[in-house]
Design a protein around this ligand. Structure first.
Ligand SMILES: [Zn+2]
Length: 537
């Protein structure tokens, strides 16, 4: 009997032991997000937070994951997204499957205005990942100025804009975002932005900007962002920092002869120096970028700069007038030839609104199909025709990895996808949506060895979390939220390509959000543990 009592006691004690942790990750290589070298270790989760972390963790978990020596890191924090649509697609497959556990939405000036309402909706939608938001300048400006926006606001309008921003900041927005190539923000003067950024500054938010020029005018555009940060007194985040434009060409090889490499390299050096000088002056400046040498945008982007940002109606009117149209075509042709190009083979039509048969074709190929010739005049005419018929999104191959790499290596650069939330299928888009984080680990860490693994992880975890004041995330330490990713550094891989962009990344043993397993062995689970993320909370 005594023996039986002892055995029961032992069982009882085992049972108590088993309940000690909700989840334990064993045999992991811990990369904690701070940039420190990897160390072998184990981690335990209780109540959605990291409860124990060390070379070993005593006591069993209700659930145990043997990492088998794979990397255990904080879940990735993607600060530049357009995932407001996560309410419609709460599984956020593209993010979960590449290890992203927190996103910031409301970038490039476009956001929801009712932040409190958005957070309430998120709470009931139970997304798979955590979501925070910026307040968009274009959203605020559009709400107050309506269709009369090609001018500075009146004092009264500016006061109303301040009021909307003030409320959003109180409700937990991370700061003010701007998109100064888009409507109506394009018509805002620097003073207006400084005035509004002061509201964000009072709430200790930041200013995130899609600057006015990402081409040859980038150095000047950066100066405007710095001035706003300096005069409003808040940190500046440069969104999807890149040097693009006609003078920077990567492929195809036959056009390389036209490259003005020295000019592009000089611009890159100028940008790196401008960033360093701003930081030396005491300004807090950070930047995010995606690791691809192509961009995604609208066909309008190929028009002469003066015509970008016109309303669709104004542009339609212009194109309907034969003389204006002829002049416009001549201007586009001159601009292209001056850049050393002979055609638009660097442009792929992704989703033409009306000409659906041209989906995913390069402009010369699309023109051949439609017009039976791919002469430059016919290419331009086709593009103007598409613009008159609802427009199209495009992928532009006009960046170079030579320009990307030095920016990627800067210690203040974080990785972001510039993506919406997707469910595993849908329209063709840019491969960064499904591949961004994984591509950094595969291409720039493993293949090119451009970044050490702990540094790449820091750029995707503690750096973004600290910059955007996301509390208790982005770092593996006791007390932090259990946002975790376990991946194999030898096999982690982005699978999305230009031809097939909707392919989730692979090499992820597990992705865990607030202690809830969201993906396992490269498959999404039904677990959705995401929460709203308010500034500083
Ligand atoms: Zn943008």
């Amino acid at each position: 009997m005594l023996w039986l009592a002892c055995a029961l006691l032992a069982i009882g004690s085992d049972a108590a032991h088993a309940a000690e942790w909700d989840l334990v990750v064993r045999h992991a290589l811990i990369v904690d997000g701070t940039g420190k070298p990897a160390v072998p270790g184990e981690l335990a989760v209780r109540g959605g937070r990291i409860a124990a972390l060390g070379s070993t963790v005593a006591g069993a978990g209700t659930r145990e994951i043997d990492a088998g020596g794979l990397v255990l890191a904080p879940g990735f924090v993607d600060v530049h997204t357009h995932a407001e649509d996560i309410l419609r697609g709460p599984d956020a497959v593209n993010f979960v499957r590449m290890g992203v556990t927190t996103v910031i939405v409301g970038n490039c000036g476009a956001s929801l205005l009712d932040v409190a309402g958005f957070f309430r909706d998120l709470e009931s939608a139970h997304p798979a990942i955590n979501v925070g938001t910026l307040v968009g300048h274009n959203a605020v400006r559009g709400q107050v100025m309506g269709s009369s926006f090609m001018r500075p606001p009146t004092d009264d309008e500016l006061a109303k804009m301040r009021g909307l921003l003030e409320k959003a900041m109180r409700d937990g927005a991370m700061g003010l975002s701007s998109g100064l190539i888009y409507l109506p923000g394009k018509y805002a003067q620097t003073e207006e932005l400084i005035d509004l950024a002061k509201v964000a500054a009072r709430h200790h938010g930041l200013y995130a900007s899609h600057v006015r020029d990402e081409q040859a005018g980038l150095p000047e555009a950066l100066q405007e962002a710095f001035r706003i940060g300096r005069e409003a007194g808040l940190p500046v985040e440069l969104s999807h920092l890149k040097l693009s434009g006609n003078l920077i060409q990567e492929q195809p090889a036959e056009t390389v002869a036209a490259l003005d490499r020295a000019k592009a390299a000089g611009l890159t050096t100028q940008v790196v120096e401008a960033l360093a000088a701003a930081r030396r002056s005491g300004l807090r400046v950070t930047q995010d970028l995606y690791g691809y040498s192509s961009t995604y945008g609208f066909l309008e982007r190929l028009l002469p700069k003066a015509l970008q940002g016109e309303t669709p109606e104004a542009l339609g009117k212009r194109l309907a007038d034969p003389a204006t149209r002829t002049q416009l075509a001549a201007d586009m042709k001159a601009e292209l030839l001056a850049a050393g190009r002979t055609d638009y083979s660097h442009v792929v039509l992704v989703n033409p609104r009306r000409y659906r048969s041209l989906k995913n074709l390069g402009v010369p190929e699309a023109t051949r199909q439609r017009r039976g010739t791919d002469s430059l005049d016919a290419q331009i005419d086709l593009m103007l025709g598409i613009l008159q018929n609802g427009g199209a999104t495009i992928i532009l191959y006009e960046m170079s990895e030579d320009e990307l790499r030095p920016l990627l290596q800067l210690p203040e650069t974080m990785i972001a996808s510039d993506s919406g939330a997707f469910q595993g299928s849908g329209e063709l888009r840019h491969p960064r949506n499904y591949g961004s984080a994984a591509r950094i680990l595969a291409r720039y860490v493993r293949t090119e060895k451009l970044l050490p693994l702990p540094e790449a992880v820091r750029k995707m975890t503690s750096l973004p979390a600290t910059t955007f004041q996301i509390k208790d995330r982005g770092e593996l330490r006791v007390g932090a939220w259990a946002d975790l990713v376990i991946f194999d550094p030898a096999t982690v891989q982005d699978r999305s390509t230009y031809a097939a962009p909707n392919q989730p990344a692979t090499g992820f043993r597990a992705v865990i959000v607030n202690g809830v397993v969201a993906a396992e062995n490269d498959a999404q689970t039904t677990g959705r543990g995401g929460r709203p993320v308010r500034r500083g909370q």
